[in-house]
Write a protein that binds this ligand. Structure first.
Ligand SMILES: Cc1ncc(COP(=O)(O)O)c(C=O)c1O
Length: 409
């Protein structure tokens, strides 16, 4: 062992870092990229973003911000004008009044979620997380020292029910996470379900972390419901999480926000002030410009596109025997149950598990998908249908061929 290796082995990583693994989507992305670099045409169904260029109002706002030299720090949790505008907008759409000091602008919704976990959770606290889950939820809860309590939703059309929450409650429960429209399943929570959970959270004095980042992306005839619009009295116990990433096709710009009681936002201000400081000033001006423009043009373009894509995708999937999927009501994901093919053989190779199936889909059919293992689910894969139409058709026909070639014993 040389000197630097000896030093490295003495100075090991923190327990916190040792408990972290790379996001499942990033490992699939790097495998897919490696294959692409070797000249293979890979269809990427694993991305969590629209294939559209950024919404025009975001682009105009960012360009103007550059031209007007908006280069300096802003307050850590955002421009006062943006917080004010967001408060107005959230008040309008929920019917519950929010003030600017109840809004924090963050580097994407991910930072809003992380900061909320860090300022609300203590070691020993339990947080109810519907499973399958977007893997950042349990990871951030653990980073805050708390424990995610994973509640299966597969038998309830992938939505958390009141009974399931009641079954998971303990003396230590401090928070419930709800994400609708849902990643990874694409389901949208129904009014009655949300209302029932809101009532329970209210009575038990629990926090609700309500992630509605995909709220603008809903398939007809479904409707997104905001938990506070249904149950305004829960305001003092709710953190609303939203983002510009998905709905405006600006995942890389990193701008999202949280709405919560003022003391929670003040604590998030302190945390953000000592960690990242403000989200990019350019992205904030872009967001402000988009809110001021108040145009539905982008959503009017994206949603019909997604509706057509989903229709096309379903015609492929519905022909495959034994393949079911979660009700695809929102976001842009199809969450496909492939349990009937596990244990089968592809060209003589036994398919061990969902990760192996995802690997074979990549190496044999050249399609990148997200295996459910990263979402706590060994039965499913997630595909995004927000890709170019030709890619969708080609990828799904490869998928159908692959699935049909699996031989069961
Ligand atoms: C449910 C959910 N919440 C939050 C995020 C994070 O979004 P942002 O890009 O705004 O950080 C994602 C991203 O995939 C998501 O799926």
């Amino acid at each position: 062992m040389n000197k630097s290796e000896a030093t490295a082995s003495r100075l090991s990583l923190s327990n916190r870092a040792l408990g972290l693994s790379a996001p499942g989507t990033s490992s699939m992305r790097s495998k897919a990229n490696a294959l692409k670099e070797s000249g293979v045409k890979v269809i990427n169904f694993a991305a969590g973003e629209l294939s559209f260029d950024a919404c025009q109002d975001m682009r105009t706002g960012a360009i103007e911000a550059i031209e007007n030299a908006r280069n300096r720090y802003t307050p850590p949790i955002g421009l006062p004008a943006l917080r004010e505008k967001l408060a107005q907008r959230v008040s309008q759409r929920t019917g519950v009044t929010f003030a600017a000091n109840e809004v924090a602008v963050t580097a994407g919704a991910k930072q809003a979620l992380y900061n909320a976990c860090m300022v609300l959770l203590n070691p020993g606290d339990e947080v109810i997380v519907p499973s399958p889950y977007w893997e950042t939820f349990p990871t951030q809860i653990r980073l805050a020292g708390a424990t995610p309590v994973l509640v299966p939703t597969r038998d309830d059309d992938y939505r958390l029910t009141l009974e399931a929450v009641q079954g998971a409650l303990s003396e230590r429960t401090r928070m419930i996470v709800i994400n609708t429209p849902n990643n990874p399943t694409g389901t949208v929570y129904q009014r009655q379900q949300l209302l029932a959970i809101a009532q329970l959270a209210f009575e038990r004095g629990l926090w609700v972390m309500f992630d509605e980042c995909y709220r603008g992306l809903v398939r007809e005839p479904h409707e997104h419901h905001n938990i506070l619009a249904l149950f305004p009295a829960l305001k003092a116990q709710t953190v609303l999480i939203d983002s510009f990433s998905k709905s405006q096709a600006v995942t890389g710009w990193r701008v999202g926000y949280a709405c919560a009681p003022a003391p929670v936002i003040a604590a998030m201000h302190n945390l953000q002030g000592h960690t990242t400081s403000n989200p990019s000033s350019l992205s904030q001006y872009a967001a402000l410009n988009t809110l001021n423009a108040d145009s539905t043009q982008f959503a009017d373009q994206v949603n019909p596109f997604l509706q057509r894509q989903l229709h096309a995708a379903r015609t492929y999937l519905d022909r495959l025997e034994g393949i079911r999927y979660a009700p695809p009501e929102g976001a842009f994901y199809l969450y496909i149950d492939i349990a009937s093919r596990l244990g089968g053989y592809y060209r003589g190779q036994p398919i061990r598990d969902v990760d192996h199936l995802a690997d074979l889909l990549l190496t044999e059919a050249h399609i990148a998908v997200v295996p459910g293992s990263g979402c706590g689910d060994p039965h499913c894969i997630r595909i995004s249908y927000a890709v170019e139409y030709q890619e969708l058709i080609e990828g799904l026909s490869r998928f159908a061929q692959f699935m049909s070639a699996i031989v069961m014993d």
